[in-house]
Design a protein around this ligand. Structure first.
Ligand code: NAP
Length: 276
């Protein structure tokens, strides 16, 4: 029987995950179906239950359910526990295993697809919502010299770095959480993990944060990321949208479910061509 997977979210119509996983399955010879499920905001846990009862093998979780997904099960990866947010659930018989592949997806995109090694560099992570929480742990594991987490609501960034203090100490990474308006000095890697591009708001930091030749990534993709991409390129940075992270986090979820790593660079190139 064909194994069933889905992405659960609200909204979810825009999701490219069914296309990505269908292509991964074709290229690796895996027999699976992957669909989108739009779920009412108070019905997440019920919907996961229903999908399992139908024989579902696992699901991705997107906005606004990543935090709730983390409270569904005690069986979590270390990175999901640190993030307190999950984007991947695997159903193991009566048990549910929860993981967060967003951060490893972003780090894979930066290192493999953009060819930048964050080790020893200065990184600015803007935002302290679900996406930022998911990426901070894997960013620390990439061993930059320093990560500055700056968020509009500073207290959330402070909590986030406090939660990651032990991991940062283990890897010798300096963590700071200044007020957003105080961030001015230059970084090698700048990551916009806020919703600014999604809502059409201005880039929330000045261009001085971009060192010459910096890599600037927005987690948003498509036309909504265009403003950030133009801002970064206009100030001499290499710009990247979130499409690579999207494909790489999906590849990691596919590995968790199927035990096979799909050819993510090929699928990213195909997806970019499809969307162009
Ligand atoms: P979230 O949990 O709602 O957090 C939103 C964040 O954006 C908060 O830090 C918020 O600050 C900040 N923010 C909102 N409007 C802002 C503005 N005008 N100026 C400055 N900061 C602002 O959302 P999320 O799940 O973290 O998602 C953030 C972005 O990442 C979205 O664009 C999402 O599409 C993208 N994303 C992409 C991928 C991918 O695979 N490419 C994966 C996950 C997420 P406050 O705390 O002050 O409210």
């Amino acid at each position: 029987m064909t194994d069933q997977y889905c992405v659960i979210g609200n909204p979810v119509e825009h999701s490219k995950s069914p296309w990505i996983h269908a292509r991964f399955a074709q290229l690796t010879g895996q027999d699976l179906r992957y669909e989108k499920r739009l779920v009412e905001r108070d019905a997440f846990a019920r919907s996961v239950q229903a999908f399992r009862a139908e024989g579902g093998k696992g699901c991705n979780v997107t906005v606004p359910f990543k935090f709730e997904a983390a409270s569904l099960t005690a069986r979590q990866s270390d990175r999901a526990r640190l993030a307190q947010a999950c984007n991947t659930l695997r159903f193991d018989g009566p048990d549910v295993f929860a993981d967060n592949t967003d951060g490893v997806g972003l780090v894979s995109d930066i290192t493999r697809n953009a060819g930048i090694d964050p080790a020893g560099r200065d990184v600015l992570l803007i935002g302290a919502g679900g996406a930022a929480a998911g990426v901070l742990g894997p960013l620390i594991e990439a061993r930059p010299r320093r990560i500055v987490v700056a968020n509009r609501t500073q207290a959330k960034a402070v909590l986030l770095i406090e939660r990651h203090a032990a991991l940062a100490a283990k890897h010798g990474v300096r963590l700071e959480a200044p007020a957003l308006h105080e961030v001015r000095d230059g970084f090698h890697v700048v990551i916009n993990a806020t919703a600014s591009s999604m809502i059409g708001a201005a880039v929330p930091v000045p261009p001085s944060v971009l060192r010459p030749g910096a890599l600037a990534c927005d987690l948003m993709y498509g036309s909504a990321a265009q403003g950030f991409v133009e801002w970064a390129q206009g100030h001499g940075a290499k710009a990247r949208d979130g499409l690579g992270m999207l494909v790489e986090q999906a590849a990691e979820a596919f590995l968790i479910w199927r035990g096979v790593r799909p050819p993510s660079a090929q699928v990213l190139a195909e997806l970019r061509a499809t969307l162009a």
